[in-house]
Design a protein around this ligand. Structure first.
Ligand code: ATP
Length: 255
């Protein structure tokens, strides 16, 4: 069975058809990239999978179960985490507290035991801090635990967002332009990081990215959207040489 199966999904906003008849199947452990020009509907696909709003038509199944009607936090609990194109962090909290907060849905501590500071709650809290530090270490952020998030350099804020997503223990990770605004050396580093995290945490990854070096270097399969419709799907080599894709998106500018 596939991990994620999106079938015939459409979504309009007013008169704009953001996504039309979209299909996508992700097998366990795959790394698939979703590319296309600005406004093609890529982020809308993420918003539909993560339950930000429902599709007008079509079905989305995760491990065979329909996600219809589930609010975003239930979808996170079910094992789908995402990052955002515009980084979303608790900017005034420390790096460590950002990752601690992401454990919230995963700890058994009830509100009463938290208020009464029961021994069980203190143990849970220690476990959350230990676990948070492990995620920070995996992202190379162990030295930044006490730094306030807004004071982190941009590239590290991107890493922190990924650490937070991982702390919800996803099996599917949706990454929305993780290498946006990075220079070639940073793009390379981010690509290595994503490939390592996939192995280390047994992730399936769906990646939106405009940095072609990363898309071509990391993805096993690429889906190309234009005006809300899939215009091509294939291996990096097939996409690189697909005339439709070159005309719509890549131009002459492919590494
Ligand atoms: P980019 O690469 O610029 O992020 P994208 O491929 O992610 O683009 P989307 O953000 O999914 O594209 O947008 C697809 C279309 O749907 C655009 O025309 C956009 O303006 C529209 N759209 C997306 N979300 C909404 C919304 N919540 N309300 C109104 N229109 C929306």
């Amino acid at each position: 069975m596939s991990l994620l199966a999106v079938e015939g999904v459409s979504r309009s906003f007013g008169g704009i058809r953001a996504v039309t008849g979209f299909d996508l199947t992700l097998g366990e452990g795959e790394l698939v990239a979703l590319i296309g020009p600005n406004g093609a509907g890529k982020t809308t696909v993420f918003n539909l999978i993560s339950g930000v709003y429902p599709p007008d038509a079509g079905t989305i199944r995760f491990r065979g179960e329909s996600l219809a009607g589930l609010p975003p936090h239930r979808i996170v609990d079910g094992g789908i985490a995402r990052t955002f194109q515009n980084i979303r962090l608790f900017r005034d909290l420390t790096v460590l507290d950002n990752v601690r907060a992401a454990h919230f849905g995963r700890t058994p501590t009830s509100i009463w035991s938290a208020l009464l500071r029961t021994p069980g709650c203190r143990r849970d809290e220690r476990e959350v801090v230990d676990s948070s530090r492990r995620y920070l270490a995996a992202l190379g952020l162990d030295g930044d635990a006490e730094t306030v998030a807004r004071n982190l350099p941009y590239g590290r804020q991107r890493r922190l967002e990924i650490a937070r997503a991982l702390a919800t223990r996803p099996s599917l990770l949706l990454l929305d332009e993780p290498a946006a605004g990075m220079n070639p050396a940073e793009v390379e580093e981010m690509m290595g990081l994503i490939l390592r995290l996939r192995r280390e945490f047994a992730l399936t990854v769906l990646l939106i990215e405009h940095q072609m070096k990363m898309v071509m270097g990391a993805a096993e399969r690429i889906v190309v959207l234009e005006f809300g419709e899939t215009i091509a799907e294939g291996t990096p080599e097939e996409i690189r040489t697909n005339p439709k894709v070159v005309a719509a998106y890549l131009g002459g500018d492919v590494p």
